[in-house]
Design a binder for this molecule. Structure first.
Ligand SMILES: [Zn+2]
Length: 231
């Protein structure tokens, strides 16, 4: 086996890490779907997903250890006489065992995607709980609810489907984050107030501090996009 073939195999292995990352994103998405449908009640399923994402974290880590071992040992071999090549396999194996033995559970927990998984499940559960409570309070009839959910995805500023919806905690209206921040900035620059662009809204002074990213809606829009893409 030549050193160049080692390098190309290694780059294939590195691309596996991208797939593992995508897999972790998918697991997170499934978890959010469960929280959305059942809240935090279905903890066995969430627990299982957490195990899966930690397993991905371990795989990702092991690939990194392997790549590191190979890089280190091939660099050594290059500096040594040609017959050192014959020991490469064992040298890599030893170094890999050494590196993986040093990986702790805490390391796996620290993986950025594992952290993001926990964070978004927690935030999402909080927000889902809040929205459910708000909807119960409002008690509007179903027909209105349906038309609202259909039109709510459109930003009153851009007139297109929102990407990062933010909710105004004063009047309850949604806007696309980028568009509304730009508008507020432009108005304030001219010493003017920015009034809520939603037709009929009495809120005449929208402040940046009133706006909160609506993760739940963001997810609903993404689902909607996925579904309409299928048909
Ligand atoms: Zn408003």
């Amino acid at each position: 086996m030549s050193l160049s073939s080692v390098q190309s195999t290694l780059s294939t292995l590195k691309s596996c890490q991208d797939d593992i990352g995508a897999c972790m994103d998918m697991v997170s998405d499934v978890a959010l779907g469960i929280v959305e449908a059942q809240g935090m009640d279905n903890s066995p399923a969430l627990k299982k997903l957490e195990e899966m994402i930690l397993e991905c974290s371990r795989l990702d880590r092991e690939i990194s250890c392997f790549v590191e071992s190979v890089d280190e040992k091939t660099a050594q071999v290059r500096r040594e006489p040609p017959d050192a090549m014959f020991h490469l396999r064992n040298a890599v194996k030893e170094r890999f065992t050494e590196l993986t033995a040093g990986v702790t559970d805490a390391d796996l927990q620290r993986h950025s995607k594992v952290v993001a998984f926990r964070d978004s499940v927690r935030k999402y559960a909080m927000q889902a709980g809040q929205t459910a409570a708000e909807n119960e309070e409002e008690e509007f009839d179903e027909d209105i609810a349906v038309t609202q959910s259909q039109t709510n995805f459109t930003c009153p500023l851009t007139q297109v489907e929102m990407v990062n919806p933010v909710k105004n905690k004063k009047c309850g209206h949604h806007y696309d984050q980028e568009a509304v921040l730009e508008m507020i900035k432009a108005k304030h620059k001219n010493k003017k107030k920015f009034r809520c662009p939603k037709v009929g809204c009495g809120n005449t002074d929208v402040q940046q501090s009133d706006l909160k990213l609506d993760l739940l809606m963001k997810r609903m829009i993404q689902n909607h996009k996925r579904q309409s893409g299928k048909t």
